[in-house]
Design a protein around this ligand. Structure first.
Ligand code: ATP
Ligand code: MG
Length: 219
């Protein structure tokens, strides 16, 4: 297990903890803090970079992104014994806005997963315009759950929408693979997937994302 990466969930629905509990050999430290968000304060003194994964629209891939990005960064920093990256998974609802605001106090940057579906656009715009942009934190939109079999029209439309809003968009896209959906049930993160072609591609997306974000540094 890498000491360089730590994952925190502040989602009261706690699918992250359900997931994390199923993973016998988590490649990072994990804790659930929705009842004790004041514990996040200690992150300030660790010197680690704190990344908040946020979108108040439910089911856009916050937990999937948090755990798998953390896993690839942990993999690339296996030999580091100092905490360097903290990933915070946040609630997908408007009710728990105070928890999200608390996490943003300690953040260095924010990742906003967005599926290539028009229905997700307006709720995502709300989170960005009313919650993230007022903090002045750097943030990036990450297109997640694009199914290459559907062709590129939805992807293109989503990219154009994000660009028209003037939001910083990551070039990396997380494609939709059944293996990600199954992984939460099986209790696995992307670095633990089987060696087959879809799993390889699924893993590649997260490594590419980590490189684009500059997390991990390959050591
Ligand atoms: N790239 C992907 N490929 C396949 N399945 C995905 C992908 N991203 C997310 N999913 C699936 O979509 C569902 C929702 O994803 P996830 O739980 O990560 O979203 P969330 O934003 O954390 O949701 P919530 O707001 O409820 O916390 C899950 O079943 C997950 O396995
Ligand atoms: Mg979640």
């Amino acid at each position: 297990m890498s000491a360089a990466v730590y994952v925190v969930s502040i989602d009261p629905q706690a699918s992250t903890v359900w997931w994390a509990n199923r993973i016998s050999d988590l490649p990072f430290d994990f804790s659930q803090e929705h009842e004790t968000p004041e514990n996040l304060k200690i992150l300030k003194d660790t010197g680690a970079k704190v990344h908040v994964i946020a979108n108040q629209k439910g089911g856009v891939g916050k937990t999937t992104t948090t755990l798998n990005l953390a896993a690839v960064v942990a993999d690339s920093m296996k030999n580091s014994d100092q905490l360097q990256h903290v990933f915070i998974d946040t609630p997908g609802s408007l009710q728990d806005e105070n928890l999200l605001m608390e996490a943003l106090k300690y953040a260095h940057d924010v990742i906003v997963p967005l599926p290539p579906e028009g229905l997700a656009f307006d709720p995502t715009a709300r989170t960005i315009q009313q919650i993230i942009e007022p903090t002045g934190l750097p943030y990036h939109v990450l297109i997640n759950n694009w199914d290459p079999r559907d062709g590129k029209a939805d992807l293109k439309e989503t990219r154009e929408y994000v660009q028209a809003q003037g939001w910083p968009l990551l070039e990396s896209v997380i494609r939709r693979y059944k293996v990600h959906t199954r992984a939460s049930v099986e209790g696995r993160v992307v670095t633990q997937y089987d060696e087959n072609r879809p799993a390889y591609k699924a893993r590649e997306d997260f490594y590419r994302l980590a490189i684009e974000l500059g997390y991990g540094g390959g050591k």
